[in-house]
Structures are given as C-alpha cells and as structure tokens.
Ligand binder design. Sequence first.
Ligand code: ADP
Length: 499
Amino acid sequence: MKRSTIWILTVVMAIALLGLLAMQIVYLEKMVAMRNSQFSEIVMRSLYSVSTMLEQNETQYFLDQDLAEAEQTYSGTQQKSFTFNDPHEAAIDTTINTEDPSTLRPANLNRLKNLNDTYQRKQEILKGQYLYQKSLLNEVILTILNHSSDRPIQERADSATVASYLRSELEFNGLTLPFEFAIVNRANGVVYKTDGYSPMSQQDVYTQVLFPNDPKSKQNTLNVTFPNKSDYIFSSVKFLVPSLAFTFLLLGVFLYTISLAFKQKKLSEIKNDFINNMTHEFKTPISSISIAAQMLNDDSVRKSPEMLKHVSGVINDETKRLRFQVEKVLQLSLFDRKNATMRLEEEDANANIYSIINTFKLKVEKYGGHINANLDAEDPIIKVDKMHFTNVIFNLLDNAVKYRREDVPPELTVTTVNPDEDHIQITVADNGIGMKREDLKKIFEKFYRVSTGNLHDVKGFGLGLAYVNKMIDLFGGSIRAESEVNKGSKFIITLPLYK
Ligand code: ADP
C-alpha cells in the first residue's frame, strides 16, 4: 500500500469517527437539555399548583373566620334558615320561617293562592340568602385583599403543609425525587428552610411567588431544590454511554491499525533497503572471485607463482568477506527464533577479549590506527556462548573501524572493570564519527541505520547492534551507548560474573 493511500484512509476514517463522536455528543447535549426543560416544566407546574392551593387555604381560612363572626352576630335574632344549606332544601322547608305568619295558615285555603304565596316567600328567602352570601363573600374578599398580607407567612404557608402539597403535586406530575425548600421574603431573607436546603447555584433553584396579590414589598417566594436532580437527568441519558464507549473503542482500534500500517510500511521499506544492501555486499566479493577465477584461466598467471599467490589471496579474502556477510544474514534468523540455541559455558572474559583484539589488531593497523586494551577486571569469569560472545565484541570493534573519521586514524580502547563485586563492565570506545542523541536511542533496533548523509558511505544491514543487544540480553546483561558527533562513541556492556 502506498503511503499516500494510508494517509487518505486515515483522514477519511478520522473524519467519519470524529463526525460520529460529535453527533453523539450533540445528541447527548440535546437529550440533557430536553430532559432539563421537561423537569423544569413539571416543577414549575407543581409549584404553581402549590401556590394556588395555599391561596385557596387562605380563602377558606377567612371564610371560616367570617362565618364564625357572622354566626355570632346573627345568633338569637335570625332563624336557622340563614345557613349555607342546599338552596333546594330551603325551598322545601318553607314553614320554618317563624317571622312570616302566613306559614301558619290552614291547609284548606285556596290551593292556587297558597302556591303563589309560597313562591313569593321562597323567592324572598333565596334573595335574602343570596344577598347575605354575597355580602359575606365581599367581606371575605376585602379582608383577603386588605389584611391577608398582615398575617405572618409562617402561618399562611406552614412548612408541613407546603411540604405535603409539594410532595403530592410533584408525585401527581410523575416526579418522586427528594426535594428541599425554603420560603424567602422580599429582602432575600430566609423565613424558614428545610435542613438540606443549600443550593450550589441560583440555577438549581426553582422559585414561585406565593400569594401574588400581596403588595410587592411583602411578597414571599417558595424556593425548591432537588439534590439528586443531576442523577435523575443522567439516568435518562445513560443508555447513550455504551454507544460513546464503543465509539472510543473504535477510535482506539483505528489509531492502533493506522500506526500498524505505518510500521508495516516502514518495515517493508527497511526490508527493501536491506535487500539492496545485501545484494551490493554480496555482489562485490562475487565479482572479485569471478575475476580471480578468470585470471586463473590465464596461462601467464598460472606460470607466475607470485601472481598465483596474489590471486589465491584475493579469492581467500573475498570468500572470508562473503562468509562474514552470510554469517550476518544468518544472525537475522536468530531474532525470529524464541530460544536461540545457546551453549553457555564459563569463560574468562579478559582472555577471550584479548584473543579477539589480537586477531583484530591487523585491521586497525591497516588504517594507521591502534587498539589499546586495559583489561583490569578481576575474576572475570562469565557464563556465555563463546561463539556469540566473540561475535559481539567483534561486531563492536568492526563498527568502531567502519565508522571512523576519514582524516583521523582509528584509536580503539577496550576496557574491563568491576563496577561491583558481582559484575563486569566491558567498554569499547573509539574516536570515530560519533552519533546524534536521537540516533543513539534507536541503534539497537533491528534494521536501524543512521541516515548516512554526507557523513559516511558504509554499507551495512543495520543488524549488528540489534544482534549484540539480543545476545547480551540472553547472557543476562545489558548494553548502552554514549556518543558525541565527531568525537567518538562508547559501548558499555555489563555482564554478571559467574561465581
Ligand atoms: P550497520 O553497521 O550494519 O549499519 P549496526 O547495527 O552495526 O548496523 O549499526 C547501526 C548504526 O549505528 C550504524 O548504521 C551506524 O550509523 C551506527 N553506529 C554503530 N556503531 C557506531 C560507531 N562505533 N560509531 C558511530 N556510529 C556507529
């Protein structure tokens, strides 16, 4: 897949997923807003009912009071007919008015005249009752208008009544949430409140003016809060939470897939480079050997022992080079095998390093350089696979020469010390081209090669240090590198001592 294709897919998928997420969030917000307004509407409706009920209570109170007064005034002078009985009852009971002597007439008088009289009497009684009730009501209304606001609000709306009205009205409207309330007067002073009434913000408070006909300065408001309101609102939208979680999961999987695609792409590029490098590395010795073989066919070469020696030397060197390259490629297979075949044996680190340095000396001297050994570690017995340990030290020395500075002869130093009594530290230092800090972090990765740029043009597979790292790990040790551009590099291996 082309890099641009991966990018296009990434952008399209990102837009789709972010769009989905944005829509879900907008939907969630809308749901919460709708639920909130529904909630407010129910609460306001209930509060209005409570306020009306309190007003009705007050009317009842004044009515009862006026009635009581009226009963006192009328007792002794008026007949029972001035009660609030059903007017039909009064109509039937026409004989109870003792002030009217006509009601005592004998029944055998003219029926028609009798009936007429009865109607007239009844009308007068009803008129009297009506006028009485009207004046009573007028009186009550006047009292309510003029004096009701003089009563203390605690009496007009006592907390138990308000609580029970609120509960029943909210329940009637389908809201069974616990609530807290307070009565607040115009000066914002709390007249009384329930224990749990402590609103966080004014937004949480639902207010309703009580007795709206009171003079403005004497008006009181009923403030109600619902401590569990947010839970209630959330409970209605929580079914959306799994869908949001799935979207995030999808987003995570998508990011992981994209990063995998890019990694794969990089790996395939690295593998291509590797194959190119490998072909180059193999081609040179093969063509040298091929030329040498052609030379052997030449009679003049065969006749000259010196030429023969030279040609066989070339074949020998180039075969060795080829074998070294093959060995490197074979090392690659070690990475994919979980348990590389290891033959761990007790080895003297100093002795082994010394013999490797001896073999390597010639190569360094070829470039006019030196290799110094300060093998000071005591009891340097380590448990390693000799062949792999040799390869490790050899790879490090080989790199030190490979990445030398063109104008400076290579100076290599191999040191062994005991950082503590249980470990040995092997350091391979050079005065080569060095590396940048960001490269240092990656050089132990498989196939990683510092971008050669103008610095050097050395072919390699980017496997040497990855192999070294893997082997040191299998030996139970660790490796780190320090480097400075144009000054040199230092590879420090720490291995446990065998006791
Ligand atoms: P290769 O040498 O095949 O490229 P390595 O794994 O041995 O692969 O090294 C990885 C990279 O680390 C090299 O490309 C090189 O740039 C850098 N490197 C390794 N050793 C040294 C060194 N002694 N000095 C400078 N750079 C080094």
